[in-house]
Design a protein around this ligand. Structure first.
Ligand code: ZN
Length: 436
């Protein structure tokens, strides 16, 4: 789709009559209506030189008039699976269930996940993410041996190749029972450390769960690694490992960063239990990422029965308790989620609907920008700041209702002050690896 306007071809120029989400602008003193403030931006040599009250940029500057259109910083997508994206057409999940997804991913991984196969799908996702305006991505990498020895060196190559476009982080996603098997876990920890990754895994009710967590936290502490776990991705209220994770972080006095994703079953608890667990998560300073599109797709799916709940965690209650909360893509066109395009605008739009982030929407823009970037240790990303790079996303939409009602396909993505080529990769590019 053609961009909604053209950018000036100049070293120094102004973006006038912009509308900025105030929560994403460093040092903005203006009280904002609906969280939005009018402003002029001066761009110079690829950087944001000044953020000015609307109408006050010098008339001598070459200017692009946004006529009220929103300007956001580039996005942070903090929970993805780039190693398993885009193979739906090769190995779908015919019944759409969580169990079916696990089985089909396992079979596809064992049959097909060479470095070349992963690279083709991984890069497809990166091209899409870049075109949509993303600048920072954390991906989980399936890490059941021998896969980490293929995926992590490949990740390291791709991270270097993409470093000027998208900053990448990787989490070793392992079956947590293997934490107690030193012959397996020791190798995964070493690989994770060698490639600057994080330790992760999917929790479920396991014998010796406290010992597993203590071993995981000790290994992370001893090797200077952070932790990012898939937690309680189930409607089964009996499964509530989130509390044990918070207790383990406190018990081990773990000083690294701990992030948990999903936490679906928290929403199935009675108020007293939920309140107790949320307090512990807040006390332990654990960050929570919700994956609303994937949760609504997988949770409460039973053949022939209409779903009765949305599958998402207690996002508002966690936020109110002071927990850092964000939303993210999760899976893309694989057995865990048949759809998706690595577009944080879609994730935000769906999150607003599914999690009721609206009314008011005043600070909601943080959930795909500044908060996930801060959780990932990159507070420089996902914000609009004087002196920072002009890595911005420009929209025709002026207000929330306009922004959230269309896919914003005509947006402009600016990197270092220049518009990028926003063409999305063609699905046909994947045919060579999928036509097997
Ligand atoms: Zn995930």
């Amino acid at each position: 789709m053609t961009a909604f306007m053209t950018l000036p071809d100049a070293r120094r120029f102004a973006l006038t009559n912009a509308t900025l989400p105030a929560v994403l602008v460093k040092g903005l003193p203006v009280a904002a209506k609906d969280g939005l403030v009018p402003a002029d931006l001066v761009i110079s040599d690829g950087k944001i030189e000044a953020i000015l009250p609307a109408g006050s940029a010098s008339a001598d500057l070459v200017a692009a008039d946004l006529r009220g259109g929103m300007v956001w910083p580039c996005f942070a997508d903090m929970h993805t699976h780039l190693d398993k994206g885009h193979f739906w057409d090769r190995r779908p999940n015919p019944d759409g269930t969580f169990e079916g997804a696990l089985m089909n991913v396992r079979e596809d991984r064992m049959a097909n996940w060479s470095a070349d196969d992963i690279r083709a799908r991984f890069e497809f996702s990166l091209k899409s993410a870049y075109a949509h305006g993303t600048k920072l991505i954390r991906t989980h990498l399936d890490s059941i041996p021998p896969q980490p020895d293929i995926s992590f060196p490949l990740f390291d190559e791709i991270r270097a190749e993409w470093k000027d476009r998208i900053a990448l982080q990787a989490v070793a996603l392992l079956p947590l029972e293997c934490v107690l098997d030193e012959s397996v876990f020791g190798g995964i920890v070493a690989t994770t450390k060698r490639y600057g990754g994080l330790l992760g895994g999917a929790t479920r009710i396991l014998p010796d769960f406290e010992r597993i967590l203590d071993t995981l936290f000790k290994a992370a502490a001893n090797n200077g690694l952070d932790i990012d776990l898939h937690v309680d991705e189930t409607e089964d209220k009996q499964v509530l490992t989130l509390e044990a994770i918070a207790e383990a972080k406190l018990r081990n006095r773990f000083e690294g960063s701990v992030t948990v994703g999903h936490c679906c079953s928290l929403a199935r608890q009675d108020d007293e239990t939920a309140g107790r667990v949320i307090d512990k998560v807040a006390k332990a300073n654990i960050s929570v990422v919700s994956l609303p599109m994937c949760n609504m797709y997988l949770q409460d799916r039973h053949a022939g029965r209409t779903p009765r709940w949305r599958g998402v965690t207690l996002f508002h209650e966690l936020t109110a308790a002071g927990v850092k909360t964000a939303v993210s893509s999760d899976n893309t066109r694989d057995p865990f989620y048949a759809y998706g395009d690595m577009d944080p605008v879609e994730v935000f739009r769906e999150a607003v609907r599914i999690l009721h982030l609206d009314h008011p929407l005043d600070t909601s823009a943080r959930v795909v920008t500044s908060t996930p970037a801060a959780i990932l240790g990159r507070p420089d990303i996902g914000v609009i700041a004087e002196g920072g790079p002009a890595d911005l996303v420009l929209f025709s939409a002026r207000r929330w209702s306009e922004f959230l009602s269309r896919p914003q396909a005509d947006r402009i993505v600016m990197r270092n002050g220049m518009g990028i080529d926003r063409r999305l990769p063609d699905y046909r590019d994947l045919d060579p690896i999928l036509d097997k």
